[in-house]
Design a protein around this ligand. Structure first.
Ligand SMILES: O=C(O)c1ccccc1NCC(=O)[C@H](O)[C@H](O)COP(=O)(O)O
Length: 238
């Protein structure tokens, strides 16, 4: 295990009775076009840190999300919080690449890594390299499978990632699946949160973290929005 641990951050939030705030540093979205220009990357990440973000993720896919491993390394250089990689992973070698780039965690989505043997090989390799694996799910059956696979953390994506964000997504999905998750599995609810009320509603279902991308990137004051979302994820749990 690395010094920085996403699960430690989630456990700490759980002990504090709040949901942690994760921000997805997404340079481009298929729905909204460019969100973070290359010259804005470092100021943006500094703003998130100033806003008290607990952990970060970033999609490294260049085609739809405008990301890259090089961009992730720029984030890594300035952010001491846990960093999770999102990607349409296709090879086990990408686990080594993730570790070398400085990621603490990878999200392996059951929607995109559909070959069970490849999924298992990627998971084992990532864990062997000391990274944490978040199993991405988008349905009840995928959540059951994630639990069977011994996931320590699941990312419930409120959007169908295979629709490339052109679906609206709804936090109702996280709300409906929460009761199925055993206590010893951490839950990150991801996507389709636009307001502090959305964040609060998800935190209120018992998620250990909320992961927001677009709403923070589009905000005129990302530090203030991160602060507000973090506070929302705390206040609604009381
Ligand atoms: O979720 C994945 O597995 C994934 C893989 C490759 C590229 C992107 C991926 N996910 C991106 C997202 O799910 C969203 O950007 C993220 O949850 C933030 O969503 P939003 O707040 O709605 O912008």
């Amino acid at each position: 295990m690395k010094d920085r641990s996403l699960c430690d951050v989630l456990a700490e939030a759980r002990r504090d009775g709040r949901a942690a705030l994760m921000v997805d540093v997404k340079c481009r979205s298929p729905r909204d076009g460019q969100l973070i220009s290359p010259e804005r990357l470092e100021p943006y990440v500094h703003a998130l840190l100033a806003g008290g973000v607990d952990a970060l993720s970033t999609p490294t896919d260049p085609v739809y999300f405008g990301g890259s491993v090089a961009t992730a390394q720029r984030i890594r250089r300035i952010a001491a919080v846990p960093l999770m990689r999102k990607e349409f992973f296709t090879t086990v070698a990408q686990m080594d690449e993730s570790e070398e780039a400085g990621f603490d965690a990878v999200q392996l989505s059951l929607s995109t890594v559909t070959d069970p043997d490849l999924f298992q090989e990627m998971k084992s390799r990532a864990e062997k390299l000391g990274m944490e694996v978040v199993v991405g799910v988008h349905s009840r059956s995928q959540l059951e499978r994630a639990i069977e696979l011994g996931a320590v953390a699941v990312g419930i994506n409120n959007r169908d990632i295979t629709a490339l964000e052109l679906d609206d997504g709804t936090v109702d999905l996280s709300a409906s699946l929460m009761s199925m998750v055993p206590d010893d599995v951490f839950v990150i609810s991801e996507s389709a949160m636009h307001t502090t009320a959305d964040v609060g509603r998800v935190a209120g279902t018992g998620a250990d973290a909320v992961l927001v991308g677009t709403a923070v990137a589009k905000s005129a004051d990302p530090a203030a929005t991160a602060r507000e979302f973090r506070e929302g994820a705390r206040a609604w749990r009381r």
